[in-house]
Design a binder for this molecule. Structure first.
Ligand code: PLP
Length: 397
């Protein structure tokens, strides 16, 4: 026998992956330059030079037995100390190396944290639109995802909808800012209102509601926008961080979990994180990468290429007549589909070799996600296709 649940999950890949696979076939058929694949959030800018240099120095100078050996299960203590120092220096809040757990990226950070915090049947609030894998991660922990939509106009938090949805079974809420797929960045004022609501609800229902702050896009913001650091606003917070996007290292699988020292029973929460990591085999994150990010934690990515893509695509599409909210962060543009059914709109877009992701798996109908982490020239070449797609829906109007 095998697990039917896992069999079903393994057989059905995510929509994003399906489109990406289709793209590979199509590129082979008509040439790479003729396919406008906007499906995958794979960083298109190289990792900062300091990453490679640091790896080379570590390989040259560090004792190889230490460098390639097991670290402690939650990660090397010198690495965790450096990360804690960086958190305190950047955000002005306490951080404790003994409450930091090194992981293989945000996906591992989230699955570990969800397993640590929830018991079967607990509800976890997902703010739609959301990263589709949250559904899988929450269910894997035995918890129940509960979707609450953000405001359609600007995708900011809808505090009234949250107030109505949070109940006695609510255990946690996943907050992703900058957001995949909307590009929204929640303001300090929005986070304050959310924190007030959660404190009020915690008092009412008699048990804690934790914010799981999923932050792989923290450094990817434009126009000087600030990303509030959630633990500064709400004590009961676990930060799930990843270097996949900020340092263009998604294939290297490195990130961390930071339990806020202000969190009630922080020590026990961290012990549960260690237990969850252990039970899922997520121990001793890659050692070379741990040491590398510890030395490069404050390296700033050069966002000019993403910013240029963002501006060009947003301006061009809205001028053509598409409706979209200008993204403040991450590298996604969330555009209203030109028909109600986003999946059939994406099928139509394929006729013009535009590969877009329908929003249904992000928890909202009627939109498409465009991952603009691609070459600028590809964006330029794709604009006539977007124009033709728009015309296909509007001819004769
Ligand atoms: N969370 C969000 C919102 C994401 O967009 C992604 C990846 O695209 C992840 C988590 C997973 O990131 P990682 O590659 O670090 O596991």
């Amino acid at each position: 026998m095998i697990s039917q649940e896992m069999l079903a999950l393994g057989k059905k890949s995510s929509v994003i992956r399906e489109i990406f696979e289709y793209s590979k076939v199509r590129r082979a058929e008509i040439g790479d330059e003729n396919v406008f694949d906007y499906s995958l959030g794979n960083p298109s800018i190289p990792a900062p030079q300091k990453i490679g240099e640091t790896m080379q120095t570590l390989l040259r100078e560090m004792n190889p037995v230490d460098l390639h050996g097991y670290t402690s299960a939650p990660g090397d203590m010198t690495v965790r100390r450096k990360i804690a120092e960086s958190i305190t220096a950047r955000f002005g809040v306490p951080a404790d190396p003994a409450l930091i757990y090194m992981t293989c990226g945000a996906a591992a950070s989230l699955t570990i944290t969800l397993r640590a915090l929830t018991t079967p049947g607990d509800e976890v609030v997902l703010l739609a639109p959301y990263f589709p894998e949250y559904q899988v991660f929450v269910r894997n922990a035995g918890a129940v995802p509960q979707t609450v939509c953000c405001r359609p106009g600007d995708f900011d938090l809808d505090i009234d909808a949250l107030a109505a949805a949070i109940g006695p079974r609510t255990r946690a809420l996943i907050l992703n800012s900058p957001n995949n797929p909307s590009g929204a960045v929640f303001s300090a004022q929005s986070i304050e209102r959310l924190a007030d609501l959660l404190r009020e609800k915690t008092a009412q229902i008699g048990h804690p509601i934790t914010i799981i702050a999923d932050e792989p896009y923290r450094e990817l913001v434009y126009d000087g926008v600030e990303v509030p650091y959630v633990p500064a606003y709400y004590d009961d917070t676990v930060v799930c961080y990843s270097y996949s996007k900020s340092l263009s290292l998604p294939g290297e699988r490195i990130g961390y979990i930071a339990v806020s020292p202000r969190m009630p029973m922080a020590g026990d929460v961290f012990a549960a994180v260690c237990g969850a990591g252990r039970s899922m085999g997520y121990v001793c994150a890659p050692s070379l990468l741990q040491h590398t990010v510890a030395l490069c934690g404050d390296v700033k990515p050069d966002l000019s290429a993403y910013d240029r893509n963002r501006t060009r695509l947003y301006t061009a599409l809205t001028e053509m007549g598409y409706e979209a909210v200008q993204p403040k962060g991450a590298f996604y543009l969330f555009v209203k589909a030109l028909e109600e059914n986003a999946a059939s709109f994406c099928e139509k877009a394929k006729q013009f070799e535009l590969l877009l992701v329908p929003s249904d798996d992000f928890g909202v109908p009627g939109y498409v996600r465009i991952a603009y982490c691609v070459d600028y020239e590809r964006i330029e070449r794709s604009l006539p296709a977007f124009r033709q797609l728009y015309a296909a829906y509007n001819e004769g109007k």
